[in-house]
Design a protein around this ligand. Structure first.
Ligand SMILES: Cc1cc2nc3c(=O)[nH]c(=O)nc-3n(C[C@H](O)[C@H](O)[C@H](O)COP(=O)(O)OP(=O)(O)OC[C@H]3O[C@@H](n4cnc5c(N)ncnc54)[C@H](O)[C@@H]3O)c2cc1C
Length: 485
């Protein structure tokens, strides 16, 4: 392990990290801040990611090599490369993204937070986005259980960043299963290569949990082409400056179709349509009318999208009319596992941070030695109640990880099975998916809050970064269907 560079608070200077603007308080020798470590000098041992536990889940609990055909060395290479990527490109941008957030301009364009573009460029170059997709569309056909393990590292380092890449992947997966060959070649390939962004567009001002109340309209032009008119709210990654095109997957009702969810169809609605050379250059009358100010995930842009305000928006039907909700569930089910993992991954990171803090923060005396003020002071990890909190967070995070990775492995096994066995595995994965979502998000949020408690008052302040994890984790209980429902 390389030596930790001298910290600002050791010198009694204002903290270096831009998030922290005040003079650090307390006895500095008792506190070490991740946020203040220079990112370039961060070492594997400093990382709050729980690499040993991820490996334990993959190898000891799930015997992933036996089920996936990838040996431990190969899986380890992916995990190590993932660790390098998140350490160099994501962990350093997490706090800044929270502080700066995204900016919408008058013309509807959106600027993402500093460092996000660089991280997405590297993500694309490394091919992380293409991991699970079919080879004929440019994918690597890697098992979902490995994708999930990498997801934990990405989310645990920068949850907001994952909202860009996770949604793109889910849209690409849906298209590679449900779209026509031409649609796959045109749209899915660009999502798999991570050149373009994917979004899922269900929610409207009057249609939140009650998706069937949607009023976005689709008017037939010819064949798969429809004119789209309507407004969707809360659309994650609806527009931003990191990509040349955004492929919106939109639920809309074809004129004359029945009310309710069963009357909804699903469309590819690009921000830019293709010209005669196949280049995405034609403006498709898709406009970002606003972005939300949120409690957390500030680096992830949440947009209000207007489609066809000027009558010039075209969408392309996927599958059959009125199959919209069934097809959208391909994306939703994948995203439900991801959202559960947002809770779990943030809890795992919060645990790593709390454990480190508890070993370094000196406060109080050991109860084993009585309460005399002359007794030597100890690190707070010596206190049984602090251990209780740490062990609770660890147990919650590990239980959720086991649940999530097991479900991903079930999906891999389902993909490889046939006949009755495939049906059985599909039913089991279908049963587990909402449990992953609701349990992972609920318990993950609680665990982040408990980890914050380990920091005492410092946890409630920005400098250690743990309060960001609590704020970032909260949304997972709400989106992809509220936990109550
Ligand atoms: C940051 C963020 C990102 C999002 N990203 C997307 C996105 O990319 N795409 C997208 O389409 N949507 C997105 N959403 C929308 C999100 O999925 C909805 O907010 C969510 O589904 C709830 O809808 P609502 O906000 O209208 O709440 P409502 O439906 O009004 O619900 C309010 C409360 O009532 C409860 N409730 C409502 N109906 C029932 C019922 N029948 N039975 C019991 N309880 C009920 C709910 O559980 C909730 O507690 C996002 C939201 C946020 C905040």
């Amino acid at each position: 392990m390389r030596p930790i560079p001298p910290l600002a608070n050791h010198l009694g200077l204002p903290c270096r990290n831009a998030v922290v603007t005040h003079q650090c308080r307390g006895d500095p020798s008792h506190r070490v801040s991740y946020a203040r470590l220079h990112p370039g000098e961060r070492t594997m041992a400093d990382s709050p990611l729980q690499m040993r536990d991820i490996r334990f889940a993959l190898y000891e609990h799930l015997q992933a090599p036996e089920h996936t055909g990838l040996d431990e060395d190969t899986i380890d290479q992916f995990l190590d490369a993932g660790h390098t990527f998140v350490s160099e490109f994501l962990a350093p941008i997490n706090a800044k993204g929270d502080e700066v957030g995204c900016t919408r301009h008058e013309d509807g364009s959106v600027t993402t937070a500093p460092g996000y573009q660089r991280a997405l460029d590297q993500w694309r170059e490394d091919g992380w986005g293409s991991m699970p997709h079919p080879e004929e569309l440019g994918g690597q056909e890697l098992p979902l259980v490995l994708v999930s393990a990498i997801d934990e590292m990405v989310i645990g380092s920068c949850c907001a960043f994952h909202n860009y890449t996770g949604l793109t992947r889910a849209c690409a997966n849906m298209l590679s299963r449900r779209a026509s060959d031409e649609q796959k070649q045109t749209w899915a390939t660009k999502l798999i290569s991570a050149e373009w962004q994917g979004t899922m567009c269900l929610t409207e001002a009057g249609a939140g949990s009650d998706v069937g109340a949607s009023i976005t309209k689709a008017i037939p032009i010819e064949g798969e082409r429809y004119k789209i008119q309507g407004e969707k709210v809360f659309i994650t990654s609806g527009d931003h400056d990191m990509v040349d095109n955004v492929v919106h997957i939109v639920l809309a009702r074809i004129e004359g179709d029945p009310e309710g969810v069963k009357g909804l169809s699903i469309f590819i609605v690009p921000k830019k349509r293709l010209d005669e050379n196949g280049e995405a250059t034609i403006d498709n009358d898709v406009f970002c009318a606003g972005i939300e100010e949120k409690m957390g995930i500030h680096g992830s842009v949440t947009t209000t999208m207007k489609y066809g305000e000027n009558g010039g928006c075209e969408g392309y039907l996927i599958g059959n009319p009125r199959d919209g909700i069934k097809i959208m569930f391909d994306i939703m089910n994948e995203e439900r596992i991801v959202v559960g993992q947002q809770g779990q991954a943030l809890a795992a990171t919060a645990y790593g941070m709390a454990l480190k803090y508890a070993k370094e923060r000196i406060q109080g005396s050991s109860i084993a030695k009585g309460k005399s003020i002359t007794t030597d002071k100890v690190a707070i990890i010596e206190h049984p109640d602090v251990r209780r909190m740490l062990l609770t967070v660890k147990a919650q995070s590990e239980a959720c990880r086991a649940l999530l990775l097991k479900t991903s492995l079930l999906l891999d096994q389902e993909g490889a099975a046939e006949g009755e066995e495939r049906k059985r595995l599909s039913a089991l994965a279908g049963f587990m998916t909402p449990i992953c979502k609701a349990y992972g998000s609920e318990v993950g949020f609680q665990a982040c809050s408990t980890a914050m408690q380990v920091f005492g008052g410092y946890g409630y302040c920005k400098e250690y970064g743990v309060e960001q994890l609590v704020r970032d984790a909260r949304i997972a209980c709400v989106y992809e269907g509220t936990n109550g429902i």
